[in-house]
Each structure stands twice: as C-alpha cells, then as structure tokens.
Design a protein around this ligand. Structure first.
Ligand code: FAD
Length: 308
C-alpha cells in the first residue's frame, strides 16, 4: 500500500507531487498528462511574450521535477475510487488498481463552452474562458463577456476597470438583478445585452466578432477580445457519493484541504476553495500534501501554529 496517491496533473497535483518527492513519501501520481489547463494560452495580436507571466512557465520547474521520476507516474485516467481498510483503492483506465493510505484529488474544472460555429477554430485566439487571467491585457480595448451568473459579473467588474468598453451578452437574468449586479452593470463603459444568445463567433486569425440573436433578431458586436464566463464544471464525477460536494459539484474542503473523509484531501480548481489561478493551485496542492503527510505520520489533525 502506498502512502499517497495524487490524481490530476495540473498545478495543484504537480505541487502536491513535488512536495511528496521532497518528503520522500511513497507516492504515486496518476494523470494522463502534465500541466493541466496551463497548457492552453490565449493569443492576442497586441501582446508579446515578454509582457506576461505565463502559467505554463510558472509550473515548468514542477513539471521538470516529475519528468524524470517516471517510476512514480501512471499515465492514465483514474476511473474509480473505493474505500478499503485503512485507505483507498484507485482503479485506472487500463483496469490496474493501486492501494493507498491517503489520496489527493486535483482533477480541476472546465469552463462551459458556447458550442457555436467558430468556437473550435478561434478558441484561445482572441476567444477565451478566463477573464481573471487575461483581463489585465485588455487595457483600453473593447471586450465582450458572455454569461449571466456571478462569474460573468465578476469578469465585467474586473474588465470595466481596465478596458475601454465592455459588452455583456446575457441569455438569462441570472444574477444580473442583484444589488452587486446593478452596481457593476451601471458602470459608464458597460453595456448589457440581455435576453441575447451567442449564435456564432467570427474572425480571421483572431476572434473579433460575436453574432447574437435577441428575440429572433440577429445582430453583431465587434470586439478586440471575447470572454466566455459561463459555469465552471468541476471534474469530480470520480468522487460523487464518496465525499461531500457543494451544490455545483465542487469538493468541500476545510482550510487544510481535508474533505469530510479521513485520509482524502482535495486541491485546486475541483474544490470549493475558489483557486482558479496557477499560483493559488500550486499553494493549494502543497497544502493538501502537507496535510496528507501529517496524516501518514499519525498526526490526525494537521499541525497548526496554535491548536487546542
Ligand atoms: C484557457 C485558460 C487559460 C489559463 N491561463 C492561466 C494563466 O496563464 N495563468 C494562471 O495563473 N491561470 C491560468 N488559468 C487558470 C489555471 O489554469 C487554473 O486555475 C489551474 O490550471 C488549476 O489547476 P488545477 O491543478 O486545479 O487543475 P487543472 O489545471 O485543470 O488540472 C487538472 C488535471 O487533472 C487531470 N484529470 C482530470 N480528471 C482526471 C482523472 N479522472 N484521472 C486522472 N487525471 C485527471 C487533467 O487531465 C489535468 O491534468 C487559465 C485557465 C484557462 C481556462
């Protein structure tokens, strides 16, 4: 039986694995690839490489550390987890099983897509899914945000401080009529197109036009960049019924990344801790690994500076 299995190869999983290596834990790392969502990067005609801290570069060293530790890697999808005496059994896509005392779930989340013509071709070419990451690059630009919930509102709020003009395309009223919504949408450089859905994204080398339909009437909006800020969907099917999830399916964790199950920890974008950035994912993974380490050492509660 291993001491630790980490599932997921994004920033959270990589940081957890790097910690486990440093502590000489008998650990196994299960993920089809290394890098997670940081492997995708928004391309914009006015942005040069030297202007940005790229997520992929940030995690490069963590990835490099694992590249040569092949013996602790399983390149597969984890498909099933079952509790066993004193730990967990993980079954992967080729049906192999691995037993462990502790487990860290770091399977991330994914943004809901538009599913319209032009999206596949222009994805990450002016069209992206993370205003939190790329908002700072929109100085004095005109941008479109798509969505009706809190994520979209936050994106509009963030972008309206940076961009020249922000157009929100919202199919539903969602969270728009909340107090915060009224303040955010009341900014002088924000226009809200309610009851409108995106039916296509167009552009040449980069996305520059959104085609919308409002009450059966089509219209187009030109923009320097387009942000899809619909729901985030956590990759947590693996632990459904095993650990407590919030109403949207994110794994509930406490401040030390513990789930409600002994020996089972979670980190990064699959948790309700709202990370959603590489640096936060790295810190979260490291914290989860420290909790797993303490658990393996027989310290039932991770050591805190001041514990009753
Ligand atoms: C398009 C885009 C660009 C971004 N760019 C940046 C950026 O430049 N800078 C920044 O700070 N943030 C960026 N972010 C946010 C950042 O990428 C995420 O917050 C971060 O990657 C989350 O890390 P994570 O480890 O929690 O999950 P993820 O990065 O999503 O990684 C999850 C990993 O788990 C694996 N996995 C899932 N299910 C299973 C399973 N069943 N078995 C095994 N493995 C599994 C996946 O293959 C993946 O490797 C971006 C987000 C998006 C959407």
């Amino acid at each position: 039986m291993r001491e630790l299995i980490i599932i997921g190869g994004g920033p959270a999983g990589l940081a957890a694995a790097a910690f486990a290596v440093r502590k000489r834990m008998d650990a196994l790392f299960i993920s089809p690839g290394l890098g997670g969502r940081t492997r995708r990067r928004l391309l914009l005609p006015w942005v040069d490489d030297y202007q940005v801290i790229v997520g992929d570069e940030t995690i490069h060293r963590f990835r490099a550390q694992l590249d040569y530790l092949d013996f602790m890697r399983v390149r597969a999808h984890a498909q099933h987890i079952e509790p066993i005496e004193d730990g967990y059994r993980v079954t992967v896509s080729d049906r192999h099983t691995y037993d462990t005392r502790t487990l860290i779930i770091a399977t991330g989340s994914r943004g809901e897509r538009l599913n319209v013509p032009g999206e596949d071709e222009l994805e990450m070419k002016g069209l992206c899914y993370s205003a939190m990451t790329y908002g700072p690059l929109m100085v004095d630009r005109s941008v479109v945000v798509v969505g009706s919930e809190l994520l979209a509102l936050r994106a509009v709020a963030e972008l309206s401080r940076i961009a020249r003009e922000v157009t929100l395309v919202a199919e539903f009223n969602g969270d728009l009529d909340t107090e915060a919504g009224r303040v955010i949408l009341g900014a002088p450089n924000v226009v809200a197109r309610r009851g409108c859905r995106v039916i296509a994204v167009k552009g040449g080398s980069y996305a520059d036009t959104v085609v919308i339909e409002c009450n059966g009437v089509q219209d187009t909006i030109s923009a320097d960049s387009i942000f899809v800020e619909k729901q985030l969907i956590p990759n947590t099917a693996l632990v459904e019924g095993l650990v407590e999830l919030d109403p949207c399916g994110f794994i509930k964790v406490d401040s030390r990344n513990r789930t409600n199950r002994q020996g089972l920890f979670a980190a990064g974008d699959c948790t309700d801790a709202s990370a959603f950035q590489v640096l936060m994912g790295l810190g979260d993974g490291e914290k989860a690994a420290l909790s797993a380490f303490d658990y393996v050492l027989g310290l039932p509660v991770a050591i805190a500076p001041c514990e009753d």
